[in-house]
Ligand binder design. Structure first.
Ligand SMILES: Cc1cc2nc3c(=O)[nH]c(=O)nc-3n(C[C@H](O)[C@H](O)[C@H](O)COP(=O)(O)OP(=O)(O)OC[C@H]3O[C@@H](n4cnc5c(N)ncnc54)[C@H](O)[C@@H]3O)c2cc1C
Length: 393
């Protein structure tokens, strides 16, 4: 509905990645009017070309109420060509296919500002138009939360960049790059760099690499496998089952939740990457204590006293949720949201301490557990959101 210059809607969804799209699918099926904003799948479109998903097939479908638009349906409609692990470009194509079916009307404008107006929220869009919404669902992802270790403060982008800044590594061809980190992003970036003709060393704090999926037989033991692993595929045996039930998981004592969540999402590498890492130069149990520009190069000092002189450091150092870094939340609104360690504290329906303001995806992981950081949590998010919004209508 449009009144004067300001349009109105019941629910505004910010972000058209997996969580925003799933929310749109569930709300629309429930007959709740919602508008969705943002460039569909843009976070994934900026990931490095040639990358594959770490999550398994069963854990990579975006949720919709009737599971009509899962990866199997996408493949059936597109000639049944379904490589595993899932290549990034295939997943991005799937995301667009999903969006065309559940939210063809997505509004590609960015939301620049949200403030509360007593009855709901006023959103300012990238073309300076405004919109009022009774509720806002923030599904804006983690891109804003890229974590850069303090040691790299002040180092220019020519010498150190976060892994999220790269679509490919061709610019480093013939150069030396230190990849910092021990997770999938670090090791896959290292493999892609080496394949692009880069001299690579991985430097990781962990004493050993953690692998996932090295024992596929464990997933084919029928009843026993089902007892140990959930299809959501987050975490090792046992923990996988526990975190797949967010309403149960969130009843456990906080300390237990934190420890279990860490165990579920600690840096780990998919087994299928192992052959591409053969003879990779990897320094484990080491971390950078200082970084300094040395002419056109970067000098890194490690905790064992050794030094490296490299052309570039690639910081595959993950993401640290801190919703105060969502620039679209007005300062007044941001200060009213109760947070712990940067995460919003959420009740049923992902609602924050500001009534009508909801958060999906990784920011919801402290309240609902680690699956909210992955595509496999999208159906839970959609169901839970609709249940709460229906009750409050
Ligand atoms: C390298 C890498 C590999 C990964 N691999 C996997 C994997 O294999 N499997 C898996 O399940 N997860 C994986 N993840 C985690 C992944 O981030 C989440 O699963 C997924 O992106 C969550 O979806 P989302 O909708 O919350 O966020 P996103 O996909 O980031 O979508 C958020 C969207 O919001 C938009 N947006 C942000 N701000 C605004 C605004 N102001 N206005 C309008 N739109 C806005 C963004 O443009 C973006 O499109 C990976 C993450 C990384 C970094």
């Amino acid at each position: 509905m449009v009144m004067g210059n300001t349009a109105e809607c019941k629910v505004a969804i910010i972000g058209a990645g997996p969580y925003g799209l799933a929310a749109s699918a569930f709300l629309s099926k429930a007959g709740i009017e919602a508008r969705i904003f943002g460039e569909p799948m843009s976070f994934w479109e900026h990931m490095p070309r040639g990358m594959c998903l770490r999550s398994s097939w069963s854990a990579s479908s975006i949720g919709d109420p009737a599971q009509e638009f899962n990866l199997d349906a996408f493949c059936r409609e597109n000639g049944n060509h379904c490589p595993k692990p899932i290549p990034l470009d295939r997943f991005v194509a799937y995301g667009h296919w999903f969006q065309n079916r559940v939210a063809p009307q997505v509004d590609r404008r960015m939301v620049h500002n949200i403030e509360a107006n007593g009855k709901g929220f006023i959103l300012s869009l990238s073309d300076a138009q405004t919109l009022t919404a009774r509720r806002v669902v923030v599904a804006a992802g983690i891109n804003t939360f890229a974590r850069r270790p303090r040691e790299f403060d002040g180092i220019p982008a020519t010498l150190a960049t976060h892994s999220s800044e790269h679509r490919n590594f061709d610019r480093f061809k013939g150069q030396s790059v230190a990849v910092i980190g021990a997770g999938q992003s670090a090791l896959e970036s290292a493999a892609l760099c080496r394949e692009a003709g880069v001299e690579v060393e991985v430097i990781a704090r962990t004493p050993q690499l953690n692998w996932v999926g090295l024992h596929p037989r464990l997933h084919h033991l029928g009843f026993i496998s089902r007892m140990l692993y959930s299809d959501r595929d987050v975490g090792p045996a046992g923990i996988s089952r526990l975190v797949a039930a967010p309403h149960v998981f969130r009843r456990f004592p906080r300390k237990f939740q934190d420890r279990t969540a860490y165990r579920a999402i600690r840096p780990a590498v998919a087994g299928w990457l192992a052959p591409r890492l053969t003879d990779m130069n990897i320094s484990l149990g080491r971390h950078v204590v200082s970084a300094a520009a040395a002419g056109s190069e970067l000098r890194l000092k490690l905790d064992d006293g050794s030094e490296r002189l490299v052309d570039h450091a690639l910081l595959a150092t993950g993401y640290q949720v801190d919703i105060s870094r969502y620039g679209f939340l007005s300062q007044e609104l941001a200060t009213r949201i109760k947070t712990v360690g940067g995460f919003p504290v959420l009740r049923r329906g992902f609602e924050s301490s500001v009534p009508g303001l909801h958060f999906l995806g990784k920011p919801a992981a402290r309240s609902f557990g680690p699956i909210l950081g992955f595509v496999s949590g999208t159906d839970f998010a959609g169901i839970e959101l609709v249940r709460t919004l229906k009750r409050s209508q």
